[in-house]
Design a protein around this ligand. Structure first.
Ligand SMILES: Nc1nc2c(ncn2[C@@H]2O[C@H](COP(=O)(O)OP(=O)(O)OP(=O)(O)O)[C@@H](O)[C@H]2O)c(=O)[nH]1
Ligand SMILES: [Mg+2]
Length: 357
C-alpha cells in the first residue's frame, strides 16, 4: 500500500433540477390549472474520514468528484428526484483546505466525521408554485440552482501522542517495533523508513498511547536533503517527541541532537518547542557502554537529562516508556484504551504486550 499524504481534488456538487411548466389536462375539465412540479436537489459532495483508510492514494487517480444533478420537475405536481450525495472517503487526520486560499475548511479527526465540501443546488420551482389570483396560469418556472464547486487540497496529518525523531539508523523503527505491534522495516542502512508507521503502546488494560515513527532526518533536511522534512507534519499533532540518538565512533551525540533540533525549527518553531524525551539507543554495544556515562554527564551539563536503552535487548526500554507515559499524563493527555488508527495492516488487533510495561 502506497502512503500518500497529499492530494488536490476538484469537487462539484450537482445542480438542482429545473422546475416544470405544465397544466392539468383532463377530459371534461376545461382550463385546468398549472401543475408543474419542482426540480429535485443536486447531490452534495461529502468528505468523510474512515478508520479503514490509511492513505490518500485513491484520490491521486480520481481527482474529479462530481455529484449528479437533481431530476427535473414533472407534470401532475411531481417533484424531480433528489440526486444521491457522493462520499469521498479519506483517512482520519485529514485536513481539508481550500486550494486557492489555503484556508482550513475542516479537520477530520474522528472515525465517521464528515464535511460537506460542495453543496448541491436546490431545485427550481415549478409553475404550480407561481399561480396567484392575478395569474392563474403562469407559463414560467425556475431553473435549478447550480451546485457548488471548488478545488480542495487534502492533507493528511497523522494523529499520535508521541513522535519519534532522530537521524537515520539510530533505531527509531526498532524502538517502535519493540514497544508496539507495529512491524516496520528495520535495516542497517539509512532511510529504511520511507513512510510513517504508527503503533499502539499498551500500558495496562485500560491505558495506551499512539507512537509514530517517521523517516530519519539529516542536517540540511529542511533544504531537501535526504528525505526532507515534510514527514514532520505527521508528528506536529503529538504531545511530545522521543528524540533518539546513537553514539557513532566518529560523531558526537550532542552535535546530532542540535542538528536535528535545527531542522525541527526550520519546519516549525512550534514543533521545535514541543517537549522532548531524549534517549541514547544501542546501549548493548560495548562502544556505547564505554561512552554512555560521559554523554549523560555532558547532556546534563547542558541542562538535559537523557535516557539510555537498547531497543534490541529491551534494556532501559520500559523506563523510557514509563517516562513517556508520565509526561503524557502530566501534560493532561488522556490515555485511551482504544485508539482508532493503526497504520500497519492486519496487525491492528494483534497488540503486543510482553508484560514489560
Ligand atoms: N546493537 C543495536 N543495534 C540496534 C539497536 N536498535 C537498532 N539497531 C540497529 O540499527 C539499525 C537501524 O535500525 P532502524 O530501526 O532501522 O533505524 P531507524 O532509525 O528506523 O532508521 P531509518 O528508518 O533509516 O531512519 C538496524 O540494523 C538495527 O538492527 C540497538 O538497540 N542495539
Ligand atoms: Mg526506520
Amino acid at each position: 500500500m502506497k502512503f500518500i499524504d497529499e492530494a488536490k481534488i476538484y469537487v462539484k456538487a450537482g445542480g438542482g433540477g429545473k422546475g416544470c411548466v405544465s397544466f392539468r389536462r383532463e377530459k371534461f375539465v376545461p382550463r385546468g390549472g398549472p401543475n408543474g412540479g419542482d426540480g429535485g436537489k443536486g447531490g452534495d459532495v461529502i468528505i468523510q474520514a474512515v478508520n479503514s483508510h490509511r492513505t490518500l492514494l485513491d484520490l491521486k487517480y480520481r481527482q474529479h468528484q462530481t455529484a449528479e444533478r437533481g431530476g427535473h420537475g414533472e407534470g401532475s405536481n411531481r417533484t424531480g428526484r433528489s440526486a444521491d450525495d457522493i462520499v469521498v472517503v479519506v483517512p482520519i487526520g485529514t485536513l481539508v483546505k481550500d486550494a486557492d486560499t489555503g484556508d482550513v475548511l475542516a479537520d477530520l479527526t474522528a472515525d465517521g466525521q464528515s464535511f460537506i465540501a460542495a453543496r448541491g443546488g436546490i431545485g427550481g420551482r415549478g409553475n404550480a408554485r407561481f399561480a396567484t389570483a392575478k395569474n392563474r396560469a403562469p407559463r414560467f418556472a425556475q431553473d435549478g440552482v447550480p451546485g457548488e464547486e471548488r478545488l480542495l487540497l487534502l492533507e493528511l496529518k497523522l494523529l499520535a501522542d508521541v513522535g519519534i525523531i532522530g537521524m537515520p539508523n539510530v533505531g527509531k523503527s526498532t524502538f517502535i517495533a519493540r514497544v508496539s505491534a507495529a512491524r516496520p522495516k528495520i535495516a542497517d542502512y539509512p532511510f529504511t523508513t520511507l513512510t510513517p508507521n504508527l503503533g499502539v503502546v499498551r500500558l495496562n488494560v485500560d491505558a495506551s498511547f499512539v507512537i509514530a515513527d517517521i523517516p530519519g532526518l539529516i542536517p540540511g533536511a529542511s533544504e531537501g536533503l535526504g528525505m526532507g522534512i515534510r514527514f514532520l507534519r505527521h508528528v506536529e499533532r503529538t504531545t511530545l517527541l522521543l528524540h533518539i540518538l546513537d553514539i557513532k565512533e566518529d560523531s558526537d551525540p550532542w552535535t546530532d541532537f542540535e542538528a536535528i533540533n535545527r531542522e525541527l525549527s526550520q519546519f516549525s518553531p512550534e514543533l521545535a518547542r514541543k517537549p522532548q524525551i531524549v534517549g541514547i539507543n544501542k546501549l548493548d554495544l560495548p562502544s556505547t557502554r564505554e561512552r554512555i556515562k560521559k554523554e549523560i554527564d555532558n547532556f546534563r551539563g547542558k541542562g538535559i537529562e537523557i535516557l539510555a536503552f537498547s531497543a534490541v535487548t529491551g534494556e532501559g526500554v520500559s523506563e523510557a516508556v514509563g517516562r513517556i507515559a508520565h509526561k503524557l499524563l502530566t501534560s493532561g493527555e488522556k490515555l485511551e484504551n482504544t485508539h482508532p488508527v493503526i497504520l500497519n495492516d492486519g496487525e491492528a488487533s494483534d497488540i503486543k504486550n510482553d508484560g514489560a510495561y
